[in-house]
Design a protein around this ligand. Structure first.
Ligand SMILES: *Cc1c(COP(=O)(O)O)cnc(C)c1O
Length: 374
């Protein structure tokens, strides 16, 4: 008899009844829209949680489109003179795809072995700096965004910087001072993130004029008219998704407490593992990462977990530069740039099962399998 399947991620959205309590308003008004009353309520509740001005949070249809409209607002589409977007290779595909949708050619750089993020000091000395029109650092796995360094990079180079902080909602809740006036940050409200609207995202930016451009880019480039005045797309959050988010906010403190209890169990039970165990709150609450001593041990661990019907995930694979679509951006001048840290992390950082209601037995089962390969 095979053991029950243990998924790497097992989100739980609000119940249909809790969502429909909000959605009822739209039904009664027969107003089915996007950026409508429920979206505005969600934005208002988010900024009041953060204690920030009303314009600092602008929602989007998902995390990827949030990156896209933040780029359009902060940098505009790519130009012939500055065709490149500097992007860390160690990230999720959405980061580079969003830049590509805005006309940029991804220019991949390596990451720091400790922070797993782009080195923002080294970025200012990039050999192709005068051809770079956008710098797109990532706060990996919901780690604290290096926003002050990103601001310094922007002011030193004059190049627009947008931070993909997709999994960082909790970091921003705990320190709203991270929300910047000069560097927009984007977050994702996908179901696999700690706070979710089912599908959704947001741009956080303490810049009223910039946020007007974000809203405009997300709405076909319209500005109180039906004429496209800037580059744009349709990236508006729907009221139906906002209803999910409003219901989720009602019980979010409890959700965070449940996650914290599960993290404590992981810390206790996985303590004997060699290598390093990376846990929230350093990471977003949905991630437990085991940094194995060697790539060979990680391969064996994946095999043993799979055989035991336990899911695991190399969330960012081997880096984007290894993925088929992005090979086209390895032009003659680019393909020789080595990315050793990205490749090392890709081979040794393994996502383990996490859920807010994971049990001690489930965690012990996973740890037992990992110990068996050592
Ligand atoms: C989740 C995530 C995204 C994409 O968000 P979606 O809402 O799925 O579009 C982008 N970048 C990173 C780093 C992410 O973790």
């Amino acid at each position: 008899m095979t053991a029950p399947f243990l998924p790497v991620c097992r989100p739980q959205l609000p119940s249909a009844a809790a969502i429909s309590a909000y959605w009822q308003e739209s039904d009664t008004a027969r107003q089915y829209t996007n950026r409508g009353p429920l979206v505005q309520r969600l934005e208002a509740r988010l900024v009041s949680r953060l204690g920030l001005a009303s314009y600092t949070v602008r929602t989007a249809s998902n995390g990827t489109s949030a990156i896209e409209v933040a780029i359009l607002a902060a940098a505009g589409p790519a130009t012939e003179a500055r065709p490149y977007a500097l992007i860390p290779s160690y990230t999720f595909a959405a980061t580079a795809l969003a830049a590509e949708r805005c006309g940029y050619k991804p220019l991949f750089c390596d990451v720091d072995p400790v922070t797993w993020a782009m080195d923002l000091v080294a970025a200012a000395r990039h050999p192709l700096l005068d051809k770079i029109g956008l710098i797109l650092p990532v706060a990996p796995y919901g780690r604290r965004p290096q926003i002050r360094q990103a601001e310094a990079l922007h002011s030193a180079t004059g190049i627009a910087v947008v931070v993909d902080a997709s999994a960082c909602f909790e970091q921003l809740l705990d320190d709203p001072g991270l929300v910047s006036a000069t560097v927009p940050m984007t977050i994702s409200f996908h179901a696999t993130k700690t706070f979710s609207t089912g599908e959704g995202g947001a741009v956080l930016w303490n810049n009223p004029a910039g946020q007007v451009l974000v809203v405009q880019a997300a709405n076909f480039g319209f500005n109180y008219s039906r004429r496209s005045e800037t580059a744009g797309t349709n990236a508006k959050m729907s009221d139906l998704h906002a209803a999910v988010g409003l219901a989720m906010l009602d019980t979010f403190e409890q959700r965070r407490a449940d996650y914290a209890a599960t993290v404590a169990l992981w810390a206790e039970l996985a303590a004997p593992l060699p290598g390093a165990l990376h846990l929230p709150p350093d990471l977003g609450s949905v991630y437990i990462l085991w940094q194995t001593p060697t790539a060979q041990i990680m391969d064996q661990a994946i095999g043993a977990l799979t055989a035991a019907n336990i899911d695991s995930r190399r969330w960012y694979e081997d880096g984007l530069h290894r993925q088929p679509h992005f090979q086209r951006f390895s032009g003659p001048d680019l393909q020789t740039i080595p990315l050793p840290v990205t490749e090392d992390l890709g081979g040794r950082l393994l996502g383990l099962p996490m859920a807010h209601d994971l049990t001690r037995d489930q965690i012990a089962r996973a740890v037992g399998v990992l110990q068996s390969v050592l």
